[in-house]
Design a protein around this ligand. Sequence first.
Ligand code: TYC
Length: 114
Amino acid sequence: MAEKFDNDSGVVTEQKPKEKLEPKLKRPRMYRVLLHNDDYTTREFVVDVLCGVFHHSESKAMEIMLHVHYTGVGVAGVFTREVAETKIAIVEKLAEEREYPLRLTMEPDENPDE
Ligand code: TYC
């Protein structure tokens, strides 16, 4: 939109807003990593994973684990696609090594640019 612009000469001219030359950097699409409840994985293992892989504090990890335990599902964290996929693969391997059926999935998070 053109704006009236009063310069020092006292002449009122019209000046278009300058177009930005630099390309707009879009924020990457983000993904929620979901943790699903089961009857066999220990609470301690889930808390360890939430601390060690998702970098939550002990108390936040406990809160998330209990939320999943009582409601069936919860968010372990929100990441770019590659980071989410890598964290899921790391946890799946740790769970497999202990023969736990722990299940993680990912889903797109709300994107503020869209
Ligand atoms: N329900 C499990 C138990 O009682 C604990 C658990 C919590 C398992 C969260 C998985 O994602 C999970 N031992």
